[in-house]
Design a protein around this ligand. Structure first.
Ligand SMILES: O=C(O)C1=C[C@@H](OP(=O)(O)O)[C@@H](O)[C@H](O)C1
Ligand SMILES: C=C(OP(=O)(O)O)C(=O)O
Length: 432
């Protein structure tokens, strides 16, 4: 098992970082590039394990995808060129690859088998197999298609009017992708808005998709044209350094070219509400996505309540927000976040367990947690639970702990942030 010994930081953090490319946008760029006709170039692609799974899946269907340090080039030949893979497709640890790919596979006239690692094999897939079956796909697997491995026989899909019962961009995107390959107009209604990168990128590839109120409509059988995609920095990765800059006394950091799509910026709202010192400069739009540089400085924090509509706008940031709350003055309550239980691990249980071992006063509720702030954190041996976001949260906690933190099972951090420790080293002086 991989193990990292983390000593408390003896200095402040300072300098500039460009965080890796956005994971959600990187996946979608490969998907749309593979469905489109022509050569799609993707720069600042996230070179993490999850996005490699999406590349490998489309390569298995015959798409030529070149990759070097600078860019990804997808030689798309349109939807009808996608072939039946010879082997089962390995989705690794990636929920996004699994759900979005199932949407695409459902619309292709082939047979597919998809499987994942231990964590992904525990995560619910019925949230997508239910609507995709309604559209006409044949999907079967463990527990009647709730769990991987799944076998899919796709084909001629019918449109659907679907109201998503879960607050999930992956479910919305799976149905929209299947809708793109289906007859007629498919609509997805979501009561709470989730990240809208699928909709934005579809337009960038020349597709038509509209939103009226909470109803999104996509016309089936549109052909897409290749595009150039510049992937913004991932705000979900920047989140760890926003927290580090806020928590470590005397720190001042600049995070460059971070994606600021309003469906993703819940953490900035929460930080501001807690009293953090943030400033956003150089705001602009690239490929329909807002980006900018974020300045963050050390500050004391106060507790807050996080609930309702904001939850999908910071769902992946809740573990690091919990760490911030443990150092804030007063109580923080997180509610309506039951989706955390269906991530790489049960993130409510994992956050409560790891932060409590480090000395925080934190308890779990059914759909969130309650944190009584102000505790000093201490050293301990803590496990990442094989979850990249829990691993990075522990690493940031170690910066302000009074003793050594031993992080076990840290290699999962490569899922979304392969250079995480190198970047942490860049902005600090006593890490090794
Ligand atoms: O659509 C996406 O790219 C994602 C959506 C979210 O998952 P859910 O849709 O399951 O909430 C998020 O947690 C995940 O990291 C990426
Ligand atoms: C939940 C996550 O990803 P996925 O669902 O793609 O595994 C994440 O990156 O935090």
């Amino acid at each position: 098992m991989s193990k990292k010994v983390l000593e408390p930081l003896k200095s402040s953090l300072s300098g500039e970082l460009t965080v890796p490319g956005d994971k959600s946008i990187s996946h979608r760029a490969v998907i749309f590039g593979s469905l489109a006709e022509g050569t799609t170039e993707i720069t600042h692609f996230l070179d993490g394990e999850d996005c490699m799974r999406t590349i490998d899946a489309f390569r298995a269907m015959g798409v030529e995808i070149e990759k070097d340090n600078q860019k990804i080039v997808v030689h798309g030949q349109g939807i009808s060129s996608l072939a039946e893979p010879e082997q089962p497709i390995n989705l690794g640890n990636s929920g996004t690859t699994a759900r979005l790919l199932l949407g695409v596979l459902s619309g292709l006239p082939h047979h597919f088998v998809v499987y994942g690692d231990e964590s992904l094999s525990r995560r619910p897939m019925d949230r997508v197999s239910i609507p995709l079956r309604k559209m006409g796909a044949e999907i079967d697997g463990r527990e009647n298609g709730r769990l991987l491995p799944l076998a899919v026989r796709g084909g001629s899909l019918q449109n659907i009017a679907y109201e998503t019962p879960v607050k999930s961009a992956q479910v919305k995107s799976a149905v929209l992708l299947a809708g793109l390959l289906a007859e007629g107009t498919t609509t997805v209604t979501e009561k709470t808005t989730t990240r809208d990168h699928t909709e934005t990128m579809l337009r960038g590839f020349g597709g038509e998709i509209t939103k009226q109120g909470d109803v999104i409509s996509i016309t089936g059988r549109q052909s897409l044209k290749a595009a150039k995609v510049e992937v913004p920095g991932d705000i979900s990765s920047a989140a760890f350094f926003l927290a580090a800059g806020t928590l470590v006394p005397g720190s001042k950091l600049i995070l460059k070219k971070v994606g600021l799509n309003p469906t993703r910026t819940g953490m900035l709202d929460v930080l501001t509400d807690m009293g953090a010192r943030l400033d956003i400069i150089n705001q602009r739009t690239v490929g329909g996505e807002a980006i900018g540089d974020i300045l963050v400085e050390y500050s004391s924090l106060k507790g807050t309540t996080i609930e309702g509509e904001i939850i999908p706008r910071l769902i992946d940031e809740l573990p690091i927000v919990a760490l911030l709350a443990s150092r804030a003055e007063g109580e923080t309550i997180i509610r309506d976040a039951e989706e955390l239980r269906y991530k790489e691990t049960d993130r409510i249980a994992a956050v409560v367990d790891t932060l409590a071992s480090l000395g925080a006063d934190i308890s779990a509720t059914e759909d969130g947690m309650v944190i009584n702030g102000g505790s000093s954190l201490r050293g301990a041996v803590v496990d990442s639970y094989g979850d990249h976001r829990i691993g990075m949260m522990i690493a940031i906690a170690s910066l302000i702990a009074s003793g050594q933190v031993v992080l076990t099972n840290h290699s999962c951090i490569g899922i979304s942030y392969p250079d995480f420790f190198a970047d942490l080293q860049k902005i600090s002086t006593n890490l090794s």
